[in-house]
Design a protein around this ligand. Structure first.
Ligand code: CUA
Length: 379
């Protein structure tokens, strides 16, 4: 251990001081750090990288910039010294095999700084987070004034329940701009578990800076206010089964008038449904269009191949002409009307659940086309 006067200078255990090249390298790293820190401060995350589409996302990005700002010099100096020392103290041909690099031990000033600085940064980040994170979980007036709706994770789609709407909305959630929302986030309950369906999903909207696991039996209310119109992805980030990679939803943030129009449309179709209009029309199915739809949507879970070639569900290549599987998952014979019924309303089977047509974004016409296409297959 060096005496107090000497320990202020960087000296290794053999008594060699670090040379001028070391301090030049420090200066280069300092300049690179300052330039990159300025870039971090000036860089507009929205719109260059990711829109800040909710009010909370603005504050989250401030936290992000704080940690990025101080991560830059740490990154530059740690890796800069690594590279500098590797080059400066590399083994030279004349060095003996037992040669080791320049060693520095017990340098109190160095050890104090690299302990105190990260500790202060971490505590500061924790305190700043303490003021931002509650924006996701408001109480009192802010909580009471928000519109509450539900998001439920299924294999492999999102179900949304709106106040005042009897029917759930599948996958594509519309929200009005500027209206605070509390989204009760959960997954299908175990008590409703028919075929091992209650698994953990995730509700991630990157543009909202919201990421919350959807856990069966647990409801997490998350609060946010959309501040930009547009269409934003909902991503499932928990591996929830074979259809996980196809589990995508959308949040569509509308202007107030567009949202009101959409909501009124939902109401109208509910009323029409209650009156019993909407018979399924099978007559003019177009097999060509059906094939296009099949390849765009159904291939996520089904192959146009023999029954045994399963993905999430069975192969459908011989659906109408398979003597070993004369009946459908519903137990009914494979007739066009019974197949259309499954595509329209979905079904439960040994392998899992087929969601109804709204989830798959299918129209009545698509259903007719798909039935026509499946009838042409003999595989
Ligand atoms: Cu749902 Cu992954």
């Amino acid at each position: 251990m060096a005496s107090d006067g000497e320990s202020k200078r960087l000296k290794d255990d053999q008594g060699h001081y670090l040379d001028a090249g070391f301090w030049r390298a420090v200066w280069v790293m300092a300049v690179i750090s300052v330039v990159l820190m300025a870039v971090v401060v000036a860089y507009p995350i929205d719109p260059w990288f990711l829109p800040e589409a909710s009010t909370t996302s603005v504050d989250i990005d401030k936290l992000f910039k704080f940690s990025m700002f101080f991560s830059v010099p740490i990154l530059v100096f740690v890796n800069g010294f690594l590279i500098y020392f590797a080059i400066r103290y590399r083994r030279r041909p004349e060095d003996p095999d037992s040669a080791i690099g320049s060693q520095i031990h017990d340098h109190r000033a160095l050890e104090t700084w690299w302990t105190v600085v990260p500790a202060v940064l971490m505590v500061t980040l924790a305190v700043l987070s303490y003021f931002v994170i509650p924006e996701y979980y408001p109480t009192g007036q802010a909580a009471a004034s928000a519109v509450t709706m539900e998001a439920i994770g299924h294999k492999f789609y999102y179900e949304f329940r709106y106040p005042g709407l009897r029917n759930s909305v599948m996958n594509d959630a519309h929200l009005p701009i500027g209206v605070p929302v509390t989204m009760d986030i959960t997954s299908l309950e175990s008590s409703q578990d028919v075929n091992n369906e209650a698994v953990i999903h995730s509700f991630w909207v990157p543009e909202f800076r919201i990421k919350q696991d959807m856990v069966p039996g647990m409801v997490v209310p998350l609060h946010f206010t959309p501040r930009e119109t547009g269409t934003f992805r909902i991503v499932c980030t928990e591996f929830c089964g074979l259809g996980h990679s196809h589990m995508w939803g959308k949040v569509i943030v509308d202007s107030r008038s567009d949202f009101d129009k959409w909501y009124a449309d939902q109401k109208r179709s509910e009323q029409a449904e209650a009156k019993g209009v909407q018979p399924i029309s099978l007559a003019p199915g177009d097999a060509g269009a059906g094939q296009t739809t099949f390849n765009a949507k159904c291939v996520a879970c089904h192959k146009a191949a023999p029954f045994e070639q399963k993905l999430v569900g069975p192969g459908l290549g011989n659906l109408f002409h398979d003597p070993s599987h004369p009946n459908l998952v519903t137990g009914k014979p494979a007739t066009p009307a019974n197949v259309a019924d499954i595509i329209e309303h979905g079904a439960h089977g040994d392998m899992g659940t087929m969601p109804p047509m709204q989830v798959n974004g299918l129209s009545q016409k698509d259903v007719a086309n798909l039935v026509a296409y499946l009838q042409t297959l003999h595989k």
